[in-house]
Design a protein around this ligand. Structure first.
Ligand code: TXE
Length: 483
């Protein structure tokens, strides 16, 4: 049977890749190819950039009301296709259908809605001078053509998180979704056409990272790059764009601490910790993969947590009882399994999981891993320092705030941290001293889209969210008038 084909979206039209080459798109729940993705190259990026450049002036000169209306229609288009989009996201990525339907797709629509309305309230500053009769005001202008490159873990969610503010601010966009999860981005092209987005304002080009992503980052007409993905790729992109002086926003990996004090609200903490450890098969950059538990509740925590993890059902993403679907690819599964072996070599004890799960029937070739809990590791060993990005967590006891801060801050990453305690003063002390861009206290992944989102250290550069993203996608120009 011929596999369904995905097309690029360039200049308002669906297009085959110039070279006529395609990659297989694998369904990770079965391990079988189910569609074909364009293996585009620099020629397709050249076409996309030219289309974006041509559309740039007219789009930037539209009133914010007009831009807002088009983006709201895109949000409505996503909402209208909730079921279809959730299904394809779940097939492409391996995530439970329920999760795609309750989190990924609603959030993609919300991203468009949020920036369609944020732009209506986006202002700029003015400074009156007293010593001289003069006033300064700052214009904020779109940059022109910008590039957005996104990963596979939250495909449409993260793709739209970049595209929506870029378009709202009046830029035109050349965007590349991950080659592992291209289907929802392809559907987005259809939604944009239906919503009346003018041709060339958004261009979506599919293909491999170095060929397609690399052609975007190195293109002289692309004025800014917004990237989410691995830290290694982020470093490569920074190397390419730095000498070209492009604006750069990087959301990279994490190795986030989840710190649980004796006085934590136990039941809430346990429910949420199971979620923050294993949601989306642990493939969320914000997952708390290093869990530190104060000694007084360590044994109780361990017993309840291990029981809870063993109860999480691993199975086909479309099953309504499935809590843990498939990880995204065979290569990624092998990477995660190799870290589990490393943990054993480093002296860790596997308390739950630790192996691939074979789901019978048509899913027997799928990439499933049981939720895995490891104890007994030193905080500075590789398992505790490197990003695994799968359903694997370590648990480590601690006694004092000082001790846990040293362990928590010992990694090269600094994306997020979670603290569980009823002591308000302690919560503030910890929040101030944790090296992270985002700290949650007594919760996890509670997101207000107005807040700055991003990491410190090797977790990235710059902030997304709220007006920060609109600042990123615009250039300030100060005007000083003496009167
Ligand atoms: O991501 P890549 P990979 C972490 C996680 C994972 C590791 C590697 O630890 O195991 O990164 O994942 C495009 N120029 N995260 O290799 O390669 C690529 O095509 C321009 C954390 O799958 O970073 C895709 O569209 N673009 C993370 C995007 O970059 C390039 C989410 C991300 O892929 C490129 C995903 C290049 N040279 C992985 N090479 C998070 N922070 O949420 C690749 N790409």
């Amino acid at each position: 049977m011929a596999l369904d084909k995905i097309y690029n979206y360039i200049g308002g039209r669906l297009a085959e890749p110039s070279g006529g080459n395609y990659l297989d798109n694998i369904n990770p729940a079965t391990g079988k190819a189910y569609s074909r993705v364009p293996a585009s190259d620099a020629r397709d990026i050249q076409d996309a950039v030219m289309a974006a450049k041509q559309a740039s002036k007219a789009w930037s000169q539209r009133s914010v009301d007009e831009r807002s209306e088009v983006l709201l229609r895109i949000a409505e288009g996503i909402e209208a296709r909730l079921d279809d989009l959730a299904e394809i996201e779940s097939i492409d990525n391996g995530k439970p259908l329920k999760l795609a339907k309750s989190v990924d797709i609603p959030r993609a629509a919300k991203n468009f809605r949020f920036y369609a309305t944020a732009i209506l309230h986006y202002g700029s500053t003015s400074y009156e001078m007293v010593e001289q009769p003069a006033i300064n005001y700052t214009l904020r202008r779109p940059l022109g053509v910008v590039g957005c490159i996104s990963p596979w873990n939250l495909p449409l969610y993260l793709f739209t998180w970049k595209i929506a503010p870029a378009l709202a601010a009046g830029n035109t966009v050349v965007a590349k979704p991950s080659e592992l999860t291209p289907m929802s981005a392809y559907r987005l092209s259809e939604i944009c056409m239906e919503a009346g987005l003018p041709p060339g304002v958004l261009n979506i080009v599919h293909g491999l990272g170095p060929e397609v992503g690399g052609a975007i980052t190195s293109h002289p007409e692309v004025k800014a790059i917004s990237f989410t993905g691995g830290t290694k790729t982020g470093a490569e992109i920074a190397r390419v764009v730095a000498p070209k002086f492009k604006k750069l926003s990087l959301e990279l990996g994490g190795k986030n601490p989840n710190i649980i004090f004796d006085d934590a609200p136990f039941d809430d903490m346990m429910r949420m910790t199971l979620h923050s450890s294993f949601a989306n098969q642990g493939q969320i950059c914000l997952c708390g993969s290093r869990i530190f538990i104060q000694s007084g509740i360590y044994d109780k925590f361990k017993e309840t947590f291990v029981k809870g993890a063993k109860r999480l059902k691993v199975g086909p993403p479309a099953d309504k009882d499935t809590k843990i679907g498939a990880v995204v690819s065979e290569a990624h599964m092998n990477k995660i399994l190799s870290y589990i072996h490393l943990a054993e070599e480093e002296g860790g004890t596997i308390l739950a999981g630790g192996q691939r799960v074979i789901v019978p029937g048509e899913y027997c070739g799928g990439y499933y891993i049981a939720p895995t809990i490891i104890e007994g590791l030193q905080y500075h060993c590789r398992t505790n320092q490197e990003e695994i990005f799968g359903p694997v967590v370590t648990i480590t006891p601690f006694d004092t705030e000082e001790e846990v801060l040293e362990m928590a801050n010992s990694v090269r990453y600094g994306l997020s941290a979670t603290v569980w305690t009823k002591d308000v003063s302690r919560a503030h002390r910890m929040a101030a001293r944790l090296e992270a861009g985002i700290v949650w206290v007594n919760t996890w992944l509670l997101r207000d889209l107005r807040t700055p989102f991003g990491g410190v250290k090797d977790s990235g550069l710059g902030r997304e969210g709220g007006f920060d993203a609109l600042d990123f996608f615009t250039e300030p120009k100060n005007v000083c008038i003496k009167y």
